[in-house]
Write a protein of this length. Structure first.
Length: 147
């Protein structure tokens, strides 16, 4: 009877962990969907992004073809996200590597050169430097307010 209790206890623990992970994933997905201009556009964009990753051979290959990398550089993590710009949110991928923090939009964005309309991917290659510079200007609250 004790062995049954142990097995049921293990199963319950694993079920609890799986439920928690599922809730976190659902919450993250909902946050991602409601950040975009419309939920439908965000959902379709996310599906298209996944298809592109599969077709091009994974996040690492996309990262290496999109940005200049050194041979020793390794991609640590990539995140689907929106980058806030003055023109509104831009959907794309945030890449964290051993050498840089970079962003590239999923789709090319239009811009004007004179009377001509051109298209280009929105890329930011020096996000790590921007984050470090921004952090220098953050004012920490006074100790009396941190209680």
């Amino acid at each position: 009877m004790d062995s049954v209790k142990v097995v049921v206890g293990r199963w319950a623990k694993k079920a609890t962990e799986a439920t928690k992970k599922g809730q976190e994933y659902a919450g993250d997905m909902w946050q991602y969907l409601k950040t975009g201009p419309s939920i439908a556009d965000a959902a379709v964009g996310r599906i298209a992004q996944g298809t592109k990753v599969l077709a091009e051979g994974g996040y690492d290959k996309i990262f290496r073809t999109t940005f200049q990398t050194i041979p020793e550089e390794r991609l640590l993590k990539s995140y689907a996200c929106y980058l806030s710009t003055s023109a509104g949110p831009v959907m794309g991928l945030l890449y964290i590597s051993t050498a840089k923090l970079a962003f590239c939009s999923d789709n090319p964005l239009p811009y004007k050169v004179g009377d001509e309309k051109k298209w280009s991917y929105y890329k930011v290659n020096s996000l790590l430097q921007l984050c470090l510079i921004s952090f220098q200007y953050i004012q920490l609250p006074q100790r009396s307010l941190m209680r």
